[in-house]
Unconditional design. Structure first.
Length: 172
């Protein structure tokens, strides 16, 4: 919950989580740390509103709408139906965003192509991309076409996890 402390009392941190067990942990963490600037949303971000199947491997932090991603993470141990909302709907509810971190376990392109993000609405993005499921170049190119300056970072200890940093040109 470092983000909540960095945002301060004038800022807001939103966290979207579909899994009951993780949502309960987040809720307990927010309460324990007395964070009044955190809004938790029990849902799954997807390309469309409705219901979808979420594939949950051994480690629930790797749950994904993409079955292939869950298989890469050790196999889908269970599949559960979750309520989905769109990034567009979420942004309509909370307004302009300074920083959006998108960590959606292989569903990056589905979500990013379903909304027309512009730098004036979302100033900065950090997108975690799993290169064995999604091409990082596709994410970078999409964000560049929408007016963002983009940097791609590949950590030394992995060949599959890539971070795409995108920012409004005035924020660099």
């Amino acid at each position: 919950m470092s983000a909540a402390r960095l945002a301060g009392h004038g800022g807001l941190v939103g966290s979207v989580e579909p899994l009951d067990e993780i949502f309960k942990l987040l809720s307990a963490n927010v309460k324990l740390n007395e964070l009044d600037n955190v809004k938790l949303v029990k849902a799954c971000i997807a390309g469309e509103k409705g219901e979808r199947i979420l594939y949950v491997p051994r480690s629930p932090i790797n749950a994904s709408l993409i079955r292939g991603y869950a298989e890469l993470m050790g196999g889908a141990r269970r599949a559960i139906k979750v309520r989905t909302t769109t990034l567009e709907d979420l942004l309509k509810r909370i307004g302009d965003v300074d920083l959006l971190k998108l960590d959606v376990e292989g569903a990056e392109m589905e979500i990013l192509t379903s909304v027309y993000l512009v730098p004036e609405q979302v100033g900065r993005l950090v997108v975690e991309v799993h290169a064995d499921v999604v091409r990082p170049f596709s994410v970078s190119r999409l964000l560049e076409k929408r007016g963002y300056n983009v940097i791609t970072y590949l950590p030394e200890n992995t060949t599959t996890q890539v971070f795409i940093y995108a920012a409004h040109p005035s924020l660099l």
